[in-house]
Ligand binder design. Structure first.
Ligand code: FAD
Length: 507
């Protein structure tokens, strides 16, 4: 990333890995990580992402994943604006193809932030004097296929305080120099940030910034991960080298470490700034960019893939337990399949019935996006409930590690006592360790927290849905519908229509 030129070809996996070796300041387990591509907490996740980049070039997947944009750049289909339902459907296939490579368990793959970046050039005018930055960043993003994380939430230091009273913690501009703005403060949670190229930093859409006092906090910019003022303080990693794939098949390769991003007097070059001390633009960009329409599209596709995986796991788990012929168990698997169909169906509606965005861009309709956003946050709770009631305690009927299978005294006992209805002991243990990694390990628990929260707190999700429906006149139309019903009658009887006034006449 040094020099930050905008080469015009998508990164390969190896180029992506090389882009991470830039001296970034990542802290974990009391040490500053020398190289995230070799550190056990990040190496396998970085390799999982590198596989996505290689797929952009592989003959078998290149055409499904990539297309040429308005600038003549070959890019991921979701990294460029879609201009028709057909292009949205093609973008969905590209998102799903990448998602399947992580079995739905990589949430913040590079296509997540494409939901904002894809329209950045088309919306460049919105950013006023910084419009050239918007165009340049789009071109670098689409041309290279950059991997961006995004941080918009302030740390939970004291939620009842006004933002401008939290200057010592929340991200704000300290000063301007000829080179750029100097920013300090922290944001949560920068998912995947340790293995990304840059962070997109902005206030959350609902941020209450008071004119005259909130301007320092009204900034939107990109922070490159090699910026000496950027520090990532990571949560406990779930990938550990001492755990065999057999014991941790998901957490050992798909852990997107969530970090607190700290900006410590970081100099952000002017060319990386989109909004500077502008309250209206600092949150207004959300509506203008179509981010909510598009990120919920990516999320819905990704969750559909994850639910396909969960439906397969549940079906195989019940067969291994010999419960698959029971009516209630079949109903549980059927419910899970239906949940997948619901989310996938919503993404079909989002693609096939779009709304116009800026400059002829086709955006998934906001009504469907708000439905995906709320439904997605509820689905995973039900998934857990179904797994835990349908499989009972069986996910824990596994020996402690793959090494137990090699123990000469244990192996005959394991083969006898751990076999499944339709599987050998080894296959049954392998299956249930995968199930437990999906729902029960620390990695599985983090996914539960992720699905519930990544799109905002539950109240905000619903408040936004109401705000959008009100803004578009839907709530007024629903109220008018009720008024129409009430206008059919008054205290004297029916005011219109064919109905009898005396209920007795009706019988
Ligand atoms: C695994 C994971 C990954 C994440 N990744 C990212 C990421 O990559 N980028 C990113 O930006 N964020 C990320 N987040 C953060 C996520 O967006 C937030 O957790 C989410 O928006 C909820 O916000 P919060 O955690 O601050 O909870 P809060 O907003 O504090 O909500 C907690 C409760 O307090 C109530 N509450 C809070 N404030 C108010 C108020 N002012 N008035 C009334 N009630 C209030 C809420 O209604 C809710 O019931 C991630 C979170 C998780 C768990």
């Amino acid at each position: 990333m040094s020099g930050h030129a905008a080469p015009r070809s998508l990164m390969t996996g190896e180029e992506y890995l090389e882009s991470l070796r830039d001296g970034r300041a990542v802290y974990v387990d009391g040490e500053r990580v020398k190289d995230v591509t070799t550190h056990p907490a990040f190496a396998n996740s970085a390799l999982s992402v590198a596989r996505l980049y290689d797929a952009l070039h592989a003959p078998a997947t290149r055409d499904v994943l990539t297309a040429t944009d308005d600038f003549g750049l070959r890019t991921h289909r979701f990294f460029k604006p879609s201009r028709s339902a057909g292009e949205l459907l093609a973008a969905r296939e590209a998102i799903a193809t990448w998602s399947r490579m992580g079995y739905g368990f990589l949430g913040r793959t590079p296509d997540y932030k494409a939901a904002f970046m894809s329209g950045l050039a088309a919306n460049a005018d919105f950013y006023g004097e910084f419009a050239p930055n918007a165009t340049r960043w789009y071109q670098e993003f689409a041309g290279r296929g950059l991997y961006l994380n995004h941080v918009i939430i302030n740390p939970p230091t004291d939620r009842k305080q006004a933002i401008h009273d939290m200057r010592d913690v929340f991200v704000h501009v300290e000063k301007e120099t000829d080179e750029g703005i100097v920013v300090s403060g922290a944001k949560m949670l920068a998912t995947g940030s340790a293995i990304t190229n840059a962070s997109f930093v902005a206030p959350v859409a609902s941020a209450a910034l008071t004119p005259g006092r909130g301007e320092d906090f009204a900034v939107v910019f990109f922070a490159r991960m090699d910026n000496p003022g950027v520090k990532l303080i990571c949560r406990t990693p779930y990938a550990r080298r001492d755990r065999a794939p057999f014991d941790a098949p998901l957490s050992s390769r798909f852990d997107e470490n969530d970090a607190v991003l700290v900006l410590d007097r970081a100099l952000i070059p002017w060319e990386d700034v989109l909004v500077h001390r502008d309250i209206q633009r600092s949150t207004g960009f959300y509506a203008r960019s179509g981010f909510a329409n598009l990120y919920n599209f990516q999320s819905g596709v990704r969750l559909s893939v994850k639910l396909e995986m969960m439906a397969g796991l549940l079906s195989l788990g019940t067969k291994a337990n010999g419960t698959d012929a029971f009516r209630g168990v079949q109903a549980a698997v059927g419910e899970l399949v239906t949940m997948r169909n619901m989310v996938w169906g919503l993404t079909t509606a989002m693609a096939m019935d779009p709304e116009p965005g800026t400059d002829g861009i086709a955006l998934p309709k906001l009504e469907y996006a708000s439905a995906v956003r709320m439904y997605n946050a509820q689905v995973w709770d039900r998934v857990h409930e179904i797994f835990e009631t349908t499989l009972g305690g069986s996910p824990l009927v596994v020996p402690s590690s793959a090494r137990d299978l090699d123990h000469p005294e244990l192996r005959p006992l394991i083969d006898r006592f751990y076999r499944g209805s339709d599987t050998t002991a080894q296959d049954r243990i392998k299956l249930f360790k995968l199930i437990w990694d999906a729902i029960g390990t620390e990695f599985g628990g983090r996914h539960e927290l992720y699905e519930r929260n990544y799109s905002g707190n539950g109240e905000q999700v619903r408040l936004d849905a109401l705000k959008w429906a009100t803004g578009r006149g839907a709530v007024a139309a629903y109220e008018e519908f009720v008024h129409t019903c009430m206008a059919d009658y008054d205290t004297t009887g029916w005011t219109r229509g064919p109905w009898h006034t005396d209920p007795a006449d009706a019988w």
